[in-house]
Design a protein around this ligand. Structure first.
Ligand SMILES: [Zn+2]
Length: 122
């Protein structure tokens, strides 16, 4: 249950980040799922749908986006996106590359709505 664990730690970090804005409602979350992270995109999506009920994400729209693998090749001197999710340079096929993206699950954006706490009612 790697994806389940990931989601739980994500929830914790969302709770941490929204603490200063409490009370608030999370309305939108964008997650980038690294294509080279070993995370099963569709499975994670299913996990999110299953576990968001009753969590801080209950009212939120959760968008999952694929974050392609990005590699920097020192021989070519360029950073490229390897859509085949292989850790090599798509131009010269060298494996001597630096991975610059697509390795993890990233909380790309978080939108919250503050509860006005009835200030207009008085
Ligand atoms: Zn190259």
């Amino acid at each position: 249950m790697h994806e389940g664990y990931l989601f739980m730690s994500l929830l914790r970090s969302i709770e941490e980040q929204t603490k200063p804005f409490q009370p608030c409602r999370i309305t939108k979350v964008v997650l980038l799922v690294g294509e080279y992270s070993g995370i099963d995109f569709d499975y994670l999506k299913a996990v999110v749908e299953t576990f968001k009920e009753g969590s801080v994400l209950e009212d939120a729209e959760v968008h999952l986006k694929r974050d392609p693998l990005r590699v920097y090749c020192p021989s070519c001197g360029v950073e490229t996106t390897n859509h085949e999710a292989k850790a090599c340079c798509p131009l010269c096929k060298s494996f001597d590359v630096e991975i610059r993206g697509g390795l993890e699950l990233i909380l790309a954006s978080l939108e919250v709505e503050r509860d006005e706490d009835g200030t207009d009612n008085h």
